[in-house]
Design a protein around this ligand. Sequence first.
Ligand SMILES: [Ca+2]
Ligand SMILES: [Ca+2]
Length: 225
Amino acid sequence: MLIHKKYFIYVTISLLVFSCGAQKSKKNHKNAFLESKFKTDFIFIEAEQTLSNLQKWLVVKKDDKNYVNGASGEMYLEFMGNKAITGKPNSPLEYKFTAPKSGNFKLMLMTSKRLEGEKSDWCNDAFIKLSGNFETASKLTTAALKKDIKILQDGNDETAELKWHWASTAEKDRHVYTDFVYQLKKGEKYILTLSGRSMRFSVDYLVLYDSNKFSFNEAKKLFKK
Ligand SMILES: [Ca+2]
Ligand SMILES: [Ca+2]
């Protein structure tokens, strides 16, 4: 009897702990599926979950005037500083995370542009830098990845405005396109910083995925909401 009771308490506590954890990190069924299957293979962060002062970033929610349908969490951040064409790194937003395992993780952001009549390669970029104990796993040097580098929508001017597209392209030197891949170490803490570049560029969420586990094409499908 005592054994049964102990077992019952153990199971109850386990379920409680599990469901609390689940509610915090799993915002929908797709995330729940991904977390159950690939728990240590990716890091998923809602852009709007930053603890930084938003400054020139604006929170856009469902039912707001310029809301772009299909956003994760029905919410995202739109940058309203600088100019539509470009600008210096502005309004840095920090995202802290711990590497779930050691490996090469590639960064991509779910993004959209709102042109208001401007050219199609405007309103489509931001800046990214990473701090912490990592080595480069891309063509960029580790030192370069620790400073602001432009990130732009994949396809540049070919993407449609007011739709969600991946941005994973790094452009440190003009018209030299690479990507952001970091060799992370298990248990180490990192800070990813996203800063505004062109006005009316929006970021919905950020993904870092194990690039040895998934091809880029697989990841783009898997992590698309
Ligand atoms: Ca641009
Ligand atoms: Ca979001």
